[in-house]
Design a protein around this ligand. Structure first.
Ligand code: SF4
Length: 199
C-alpha cells in the first residue's frame, strides 16, 4: 500500500477525458506556469492524505455504480506522486480501465529522468499522456481538454487515438452540494464556489 496527497477527486466525470472517468487531482506542482488555473493545487503541502487502498476502493465503487471507462490523473503534478499512482494505475489496469494523465513535464524528460521516483513505471500504465506546461501565450481552442497548443497527446497504447482530441465532449460540469457549495470542472480547470461567491 502507498499514500497519496490529493487536492480533490470526482467519482464520475465526462469532462476530463474520453467517456466517463474517475478523476484525481493531486496536490502539489513545481512548475508555476503563469496563469495556471489550479493555483490552489500548486503548494507542496498536505491536503487530503489517502491510502492507495482507499482510492482503489473508490474507483472500484465508481466502476460498479457509473460504469466508468477509465481514470484521469491531473493536478497539481501527478508525476510528483508517481510511486503511489503506480499502485492505483496498476489496479485500474487489472479492472480493464484506461489511464489518462496530464503532466507539466515532457514525455522525453520523464523517460530519461533519474530524479522522479516511479516515473517510468507510471508511464508503463498510461494509455494517453498529455504533456508539457501550460503556456498562456499559446491558447488552445480546437482540441479537447488542453489549455495550450504546445501540449501534446501521446498515445502509449492502442486504447485511444487522436480522434478523441476532437470528439464532441462535455466541456464543463457544475456540481452543487447540499450546502450550496458549487464546484466546476472541465476544460481546463477545477474551481470551487460557495453560495456567497457564486459567479
Ligand atoms: S504544470 Fe499544470 S498544474 Fe503545474 S503549474 Fe503548470 S499548468 Fe499548473
Amino acid at each position: 500500500m502507498g499514500w497519496l496527497n490529493l487536492a480533490h477527486f470526482i467519482d464520475c466525470s465526462e469532462a476530463e477525458g474520453p467517456g466517463k472517468r474517475f478523476v484525481i487531482w493531486v496536490q502539489g506542482c513545481l512548475m508555476n506556469c503563469p496563469k495556471c488555473c489550479n493555483q490552489d493545487m500548486l503548494p507542496i503541502k498536505p491536503a487530503n492524505i489517502m491510502s492507495t487502498d482507499e482510492v482503489i476502493a473508490l474507483i472500484n465503487q465508481a466502476y460498479k455504480q457509473h460504469h466508468i471507462e477509465g481514470i484521469t490523473l491531473l493536478g497539481g503534478e501527478p508525476f510528483l506522486q508517481a510511486k503511489g499512482l503506480v499502485i492505483v494505475a496498476k489496479a485500474c489496469k487489472d479492472l480493464g480501465l484506461s489511464v489518462m494523465c496530464f503532466t507539466g513535464y515532457t514525455y522525453e524528460s520523464l523517460l530519461s529522468t533519474k530524479t522522479i521516483d516511479g516515473a517510468q513505471e507510471l508511464l508503463a500504465y498510461i494509455d494517453v499522456l498529455v504533456d508539457g506546461p501550460f503556456k498562456e501565450n499559446l491558447p488552445e481552442d480546437k482540441r479537447n481538454w488542453v489549455g495550450s497548443t504546445n501540449q501534446r497527446f501521446i498515445y502509449l497504447s492502442n486504447c485511444y487515438n487522436s480522434s478523441i482530441e476532437h470528439q464532441p465532449t462535455m466541456t464543463q460540469e457544475w456540481r452543487i452540494d447540499l450546502n450550496g457549495s458549487i464546484k466546476i470542472n472541465g476544460t481546463p480547470y477545477l474551481m470551487h464556489f460557495t453560495s456567497e461567491n457564486t459567479p
